[in-house]
Design a protein around this ligand. Structure first.
Ligand SMILES: Nc1ncnc2c1ncn2[C@@H]1O[C@H](COP(=O)(O)OP(=O)(O)OP(=O)(O)O)[C@@H](O)[C@H]1O
Ligand SMILES: [Mg+2]
Length: 327
């Protein structure tokens, strides 16, 4: 049974230049104990989707329609279904969020240790054990993650980019949440540091048997760590399924292009880049949003929006090449 369910979710930014339809009718489920990847080019709505999952909706962003709900185990053997407005009451202990550009997310004037204290909710059992005990727990946790305990006394600017990101992963996993959301956790870090962060995230996911939702525009990252993959294009989910199925049998022409542009070891032929740009989300095209860039475009693609269809077990695609309009 899915632990978080999203149905036809629309999240728009109301801006002076118009309404940006950043997430426009997205439906999928998040399962317990999985690494779910979210991929797609810049501006396709990945971060907005993650903000919605974290219940971090603030103006100009608003939920226009659709639903999402999560099953929150209350610790007494019961499961409560919670939705927007309630999920935020369980930040860090049920769901945590490592935002994009997290280098600047840690409060610059607060020592790392206090940021851990602040993350423990008021009614969490750890509060009752007192500050010294929390301090010891945090220190023990950092040791377990092989991070130097001295970082606790530091201010964020005193740490390197990679160390800051590791600290954020530690912070995001300290209370063993059921869902960890990580938005571009390795972007802007050098390759060696990137590898370390990915390893840390996936090892923690395996230990805690929780769910990691990783947003990355880098398909190589998804190939390495994601169990399932959701491909977004211009605010829509265009393909969704097990990562192996998506890499072995990419169905959507957009996914085919994303995979085709990946470099391969030993292959020196020129990779095909993706030409053109995604449409403006203030006034997106009526039919398939990828039609203008699609090498397999058909007449009706520009007018009719394709539905999400299942093409093999657990593998869904939203494209007129499949289903009734296929011929
Ligand atoms: N605070 C905001 N106000 C207005 N529009 C926004 C805001 N944040 C994002 N957008 C717009 O919403 C759309 C989706 O943006 P989002 O940040 O979700 O994309 P993304 O896939 O995460 O991109 P990137 O890979 O660059 O991080 C874009 O058109 C973007 O310009
Ligand atoms: Mg983003």
């Amino acid at each position: 049974m899915a632990m978080l369910r999203l149905r036809d979710l629309k999240c728009y930014y109301d801006t002076p230049r118009g309404v940006v339809q950043a997430v426009d009718g997205v439906s999928f489920d998040i399962q317990p104990n999985e690494v779910l990847g979210i991929a797609g080019e810049s501006g396709c709505g990945k971060s907005t989707l993650l903000k919605a999952l974290y219940d971090y909706i603030q103006p100009p962003l608003q939920i226009v329609s659709g639903t999402y709900e999560a099953d929150f185990p209350d610790g007494k053997g019961k499961v409560k279904t919670i939705g927007p407005g309630e999920i935020r009451q369980h930040w860090w202990e049920f769901i945590s969020y490592i935002p994009q550009g997290s280098m600047s997310v840690l409060n610059p004037v607060i020592r790392i240790e206090s940021q851990f204290f602040d993350a423990v909710p008021r009614d969490h059992s750890l509060r009752a054990v007192g500050k010294t005990a929390i301090r010891e727990r945090v220190a023990a946790y950092l040791k377990e993650l092989e991070l130097p305990v001295e970082v606790l006394k530091s201010y964020p600017h005193q740490l390197s980019g990679g160390m800051k990101q590791r600290v954020l992963v530690a912070l995001g996993t300290f209370l063993h949440p059921q869902i960890v959301l990580a938005d571009e956790p390795t972007t802007a870090l050098d390759v060696v540091v990137q590898k370390g962060i990915l390893l840390m995230l996936t090892e923690l996911q395996q230990q805690m048997e929780n769910t990691l939702v990783v947003v990355s525009h880098d398909m190589g990252v998804h190939y390495q760590i994601s169990d399932r993959l959701a491909i977004m294009y211009a605010g829509k989910l265009v393909e969704y399924g097990p990562t192996d199925a998506i890499f072995n049998n990419p169905a959507h022409p957009y996914t085919q292009m994303l995979i085709g542009s990946l470099p391969r070891v030993g292959d020196r032929t020129q990779r095909v880049g993706i030409s053109g740009r995604p449409p403006n989300l203030v006034n997106p095209p009526a039919g398939c949003r990828f039609a203008a860039r699609c090498p397999k475009v058909m007449d009706h693609c520009a007018h009719e929006a394709p539905a999400l269809l299942q093409i093999e077990p657990e593998h869904f695609v939203s494209c007129h090449l499949y289903g009734e309009r296929a011929s």
